[in-house]
Design a protein around this ligand. Structure first.
Ligand code: ATP
Ligand code: MG
Length: 326
């Protein structure tokens, strides 16, 4: 069997944050990311979905080592980068943030926001080269040289996110964590910005981890999709396989939630509507984290954590009752 060659890979990634409020000397933690494994091939997009607080952002930030991982390993282009000095990798691995209003310094011009990254990594030999590079990267995202002297507040949400993308692109990265890059934008311009991510990927050969709340946004852009619930991946498969042949009850419930008018979504499978909210990650349910909201849960689910296993080729899931559910 040929081994998968990944540009980015995490194995058993963990991110546990200490939380205040426990009893004296009792160390409470939020298991924001708990034993998550996946790989992303060069030029591909892995979509990562799940409800608020399930650990998507923490997964993205930890794999960039913006948080030091509590456990597990991170690989970039075959190299173990879990413990190395990240400076040479910062250039190759970038992030675009969810909120283009909060993530751009209001006191800096757009030119300086983009130029800063060029300076940090010494990618321009002189002022002229720096300016040319700024203009060129702005034009890549559909902005022009005039925009470079303006401040973020002078731009619309969509344009600001273009600036955020330009900042990431300025250092010629190979990989970008796109952390809900369109969810703060007007619905009317979300598609535009998603299309731009796709076009950039094609032109520049980029690899993405594309984070979103719901499947409708990632299903077009992603080659593969991972579904998270309370710090854990519950299912991971090629996009079409995940949409049409999901096996995990949580994924099925997310698919049930996609508006029916959305073409290309199968309604053959049983509709699963979840009740209640995601429990606190400080105190997750024993066994399977999903069991408190799962219509199929029984004693086994409370007693034992389900194993993460390959259910068919390149399709992974963690559930005790796949036979009952499917
Ligand atoms: N720096 C931190 N310190 C402590 N707890 C944190 C920290 N960052 C995140 N958490 C907690 O970790 C859990 C996962 O948060 P995270 O932001 O990764 O979720 P998310 O899936 O990105 O949610 P959203 O969809 O709302 O962006 C949450 O319970 C959150 O409160
Ligand atoms: Mg988030």
């Amino acid at each position: 069997m040929m081994e998968d060659k990944y540009l980015v890979e995490v194995k058993n990634l963990q991110q546990h944050f200490p939380v205040a409020g426990g009893k004296l000397l009792e160390k409470k933690v939020v298991k924001a990311v708990d034993d998550v494994s996946f790989g992303i091939r060069k030029g591909e997009t892995l979509g990562l979905v799940g409800e608020s607080g399930c650990g998507k952002t923490t997964t993205g930030r930890t794999l960039l080592r913006l948080h030091e991982p509590t456990g597990g390993k991170i690989f970039f282009d075959g190299a173990d980068i879990t413990k190395v000095n990240m400076l040479p990798y910062r250039r190759k691995m970038q992030i675009v943030f969810q909120d283009p209003y909060a993530s751009l310094d209001p006191r800096m011009t757009v030119g300086d926001i983009v130029g800063e990254a060029i300076d940090i990594h010494r990618l321009a030999a002189n002022k002229k080269e720096r300016q040319e590079r700024i203009i060129s990267v702005l034009s890549t995202v559909g902005l022009n040289s005039e925009h470079s002297n303006r401040y973020p507040h002078e731009f619309s949400g969509g344009q600001r996110q273009r600036v955020g993308i330009a900042r990431a692109l300025a250092v010629n990265p190979q990989f970008i964590v796109c952390d809900e890059p369109v969810s703060a934008l007007d619905v009317s311009i979300q598609a535009q910005v998603v299309n731009m991510f796709e076009k950039l990927q094609e032109e520049l050969g980029l690899t993405y981890l594309f984070i979103a709340h719901d499947l409708s946004i990632v299903k077009h852009i992603s080659n593969r999709i991972g579904v998270m619930y309370l710090g854990k991946l519950v299912e991971l498969a090629d996009s079409l396989e995940l949409i049409f042949h999901s096996v995990h009850p949580y994924t099925k419930s997310l698919i049930s939630a996609i508006p029916i008018a959305d073409p290309g979504i199968s309604r053959k499978s049983k509709r699963i509507v979840l009740e209640g909210d995601v429990p606190s990650p400080v105190n997750p349910p024993s066994g399977c984290h999903f069991r408190t909201r799962c219509p199929y849960a029984d004693e086994l689910c409370a007693a034992q954590e389900p194993e993460w296993k390959e259910v068919s080729s390149r399709h992974y899931a963690a559930c005790h009752h796949l036979d009952k559910v499917n």
